[in-house]
Design a binder for this molecule. Structure first.
Ligand code: SF4
Length: 411
């Protein structure tokens, strides 16, 4: 049985956050199920006000309260205005000291939990960080990555997208909804249920699949008690470590009528000769650099992301044996026969024997593989505009595009 005093102490530490910058945050609580609770409050508290709230409202009726704390801390210069309600809190007032993901599946919470643990393992291997994973007491798990340095909302979104991009969990549907809640990418005020609190919802307590986690949010990796908690137990992520995080995002918008992409900055250089080195090349778009980097660091990337990488490599001049060699070296689940078939298929040498094109930026966005660099055409033309790629490959690419357009018109 967790002591309420220990939980109270824990919640105050959680509110302050790993960098101690949480002097004021938005708090949301409801007494009973939030969808029909008569008492529902959402407002910004200073940490001292939050302590009073805990003592006078939350702790006395702990088992019937849903508590959520904002992921973003209010910037000190806005905290008084935010607490007194003089400003409508928005992204420009917030700063982030963690990156968080919600893995939810109403019909199969264990699937959501297993994917959260899989993602945590990948993060540990790629960045030597210690994410916390806790079940949220109903439909799945939350994964929290403490940061070494704070970031603004734009940086938060880019960082959160870059870290999860090679896995596309937002594309996996479960109970009709994405496995990872995409609202974390477009809601600066996204609130978060802290561990060691109750999930008070009618349909949660009735959820028979929710083996042993019913209604209570508790850590599962690592397992720790409220009394043991300190943010220093967790190795934080340095945002500067995430290569893609440092990309330039204010790229020129494409013109509508553009006969050929042209170099936008300086003379073109040759592309690096090894696929691994592409991850550090400015001529490679961030979506592709991130997939390569993840494959090199963790050997584990989602199937469609691998396919996009193979198509990209094909259209910038790598031959199939180099690509197979790359997967042989890095893929954790490497199988020579399967990889050879899939790469040769993507190169149009097997199966339908089509000269598959690299998916457009629009298609990459639909598959949640775009990191929003602003190019918005095709990832290979990003490279054509910045690096030397054999002329016959470029010409073939544009011919295939033209042919595809003609077929679409005549069909
Ligand atoms: S806009 Fe295109 S090139 Fe840029 S990250 Fe998105 S998919 Fe990649």
């Amino acid at each position: 049985m967790v002591s309420l005093n220990k939980v109270r102490e824990f919640l105050v530490k959680w509110f302050r956050g790993p960098l101690g910058i949480g002097e004021a945050r938005e708090v949301f609580y409801s007494i009973g199920d939030p969808r029909r609770a008569r008492v529902k409050v959402r407002r910004v508290f200073f940490v001292q006000g939050f302590e009073l709230l805990l003592d006078q409202v939350i702790m006395p009726r702990f088992r019937s309260v849903n508590l959520f704390i904002g992921i973003g801390a209010v910037r000190p210069e806005y905290s008084l205005a935010a607490v007194t309600g003089e400003i409508d809190l928005g992204a420009e007032h917030l700063v982030y000291d963690t990156v968080q993901y919600d893995f939810d599946c109403k019909d199969d919470p264990e699937l959501a939990v297993s994917r959260a643990l899989e993602f945590a393992r990948s993060l540990r291997e790629r960045y030597q960080v210690d994410p916390l994973v806790y079940v949220t007491g109903c439909k799945g798990a939350r994964l929290v990555i403490p940061l070494k340095k704070p970031t603004d909302y734009e940086g938060y979104v880019l960082l959160a997208r870059s870290l999860i991009q090679p896995y596309r969990y937002t594309q996996i549907k479960c109970s009709g909804k994405p496995l990872v809640d995409p609202s974390m990418f477009n809601d600066a005020k996204h609130p978060s249920r802290p561990p060691f609190t109750y999930n008070v919802k009618d349909d949660c307590s009735a959820n028979r699949n929710n083996k042993g986690h019913k209604g209570f949010a508790k850590p599962i990796e690592p397992r720790f008690g409220a009394e043991d908690f300190d943010w220093s137990m967790f190795n934080p992520l340095d945002p500067g470590e995430v290569t893609v995080y440092r990309i330039e995002v204010d790229m020129p918008r494409p013109k509508l009528l553009r006969p050929r992409p042209r170099a936008t900055r300086g003379p073109k250089k040759p592309l690096p000769r090894s696929i691994e080195e592409l991850a550090g090349s400015e001529a490679v778009p961030p979506c592709i650099r991130n997939i390569i980097e993840t494959m090199v660091r963790s050997g584990d990337v989602d199937h469609y992301a691998r396919l996009a990488l193979v198509w990209y490599l094909k259209w910038v001049g790598f031959d199939k044996e180099q690509v197979i060699g790359f997967f042989a070296k890095h893929a954790r689940d490497y199988n020579e026969r399967v990889t050879r078939y899939q790469v040769e298929y993507a190169y149009g040498l097997r199966g339908a024997r089509r000269n598959w094109l690299m998916p457009s930026c629009r298609r990459m966005k639909q598959h949640d593989l775009c990191l929003g660099c602003g190019w918005d055409r095709n990832p290979v033309t990003y490279t054509y505009a910045r690096a030397h790629v054999p002329e016959e490959i470029r010409e073939r690419f544009f011919e295939e595009i033209k042919r595809g357009k003609k077929e679409a018109v005549t069909r």
